[in-house]
Design a protein around this ligand. Structure first.
Ligand code: MN
Length: 360
């Protein structure tokens, strides 16, 4: 970053919506995480807001729909979620925001067909008649940041200052429905999911604390939205057979058993919530987790959380299953031994009750 000071400063201040110029040039690391705060966790609603904003930012429609359903189930109203998705256009652009609204529309329709009645929630506030948008926006911006916002970037391009104040802080933040803390949760989650906006993220981590988030709660937002940004090592193979898998998974057969080894090698991509049925292997199996987060469970034992970099050695004839976490996908390479030409014996599915108990 230091090799491109000018670009850094401009980017630092441009979308800032919040960080003043002096903050963006600061060389000290942000003051966060240096105190252990005995804070309560984010509520389910707040966690959902973070995930909704994050998947909107990354354009991950499949995971966004999971997060939207979770958010509604946790008690977010339709208007609260709409408000997050609308606000996101200021931070992630109209294309992401419109795609997310489309995913939300579809999600609501699907829920309606299942007979789920979702709550509309509060309507937006009308902008006050006694002050201009600029005045309202300046007032809200100053309240969030703790001081009036000035900076060379705004002298250089006054239009962006007007747009930030009138439109982002006036029109959008002035709409009510969500309090400032909720709006900051969504913004922090979105920025933490994007590349190249570190200075804006630092600025919003400070604003978050101005509106009552604790450092520990902010750490929780960052942990929640952190995910691998690398592309899959191996391409997706065939869709895994519904006879043996719940949800969507993909199997890429990498190597067959032959004279060099009595085992086969497969890359398996489990989308969030998917898993295989209970099964056994006659000579066991080794799993190398290359991506994401999931579960491995042996019959009669507690499930083991597995993440990228983990190895699982499964003994012969032990009944087990493996799969993704409810809200994150998982990819593993499976090395499976054969006996008498057989590598696996499939048993019953892992029920939704068994699976949903894992996270508790
Ligand atoms: Mn297995």
């Amino acid at each position: 970053m230091n090799s491109k000071p000018f670009k850094f400063l401009v980017l630092g201040a441009l979308l800032v919506c919040a960080v003043n110029f002096a903050d963006a040039t600061e060389t000290n690391p942000p003051k966060q995480g240096d105190t252990i705060v005995n804070s309560e966790n984010l509520s389910q609603k707040q966690q959902s807001m973070a995930l909704i904003a994050s998947f909107t930012a990354t354009g991950d429609r499949m995971n966004l729909k999971v997060a939207l359903n979770d958010g509604l189930n946790a008690g977010l109203s339709i208007n609260e979620i709409k408000e997050i998705l609308v606000q996101m256009y200021a931070y992630t652009g109209f294309p992401r925001s419109l795609n997310a609204l489309d995913a939300f529309m579809t999600t609501l329709e699907e829920r309606k067909q299942k007979g789920i009645k979702d709550r509309a929630g509060k309507a937006p506030l009308l902008l006050p008649k006694d002050k201009s948008k600029l005045e309202l926006g300046m007032q809200i911006q100053t309240e969030l940041i703790g001081a009036p916002v000035k900076g060379a970037i705004y002298d250089f391009a006054p239009t962006i200052d007007i747009f930030l104040k009138e439109h982002l802080f006036g029109d959008i933040f002035g709409r009510g429905i969500l309090d400032y803390q909720s709006r900051e949760i969504a913004t922090i989650a979105a920025l933490a999911s994007l590349d190249g906006v570190e200075s804006q993220l630092r600025g919003h981590l400070r604003i978050g604390q101005n509106v009552g988030l604790t450092p520990a709660q902010e750490e929780q937002i960052l942990a929640l939205v952190k995910r691998d940004d690398g592309k899959a090592i191996f391409p997706k193979g065939e869709k895994a057979a519904a006879d043996y898998f719940t949800g969507t998974a993909w199997v890429n057969h990498l190597a067959s058993r032959d004279e060099t080894g009595n085992f086969s090698v497969d890359d398996v991509i489990f989308e969030a919530g998917s898993r295989n049925h209970w099964h056994t292997h006659p000579t066991g199996q080794t799993l190398l987790v290359t991506e994401g987060e999931g579960w491995y469970q042996e019959w009669g034992k507690a499930a083991r959380k597995i993440v990228k970099g983990d190895t699982v050695v499964i003994p012969a004839n032990v009944k087990h299953w493996h799969g993704a976490a409810a809200k994150r996908g998982m990819t593993h390479i499976a090395i499976t031994g054969f006996r008498d030409g057989t590598a696996v014996t499939w048993l019953e599915p892992v029920t939704d009750a068994q699976y949903s108990n894992l996270e508790k």
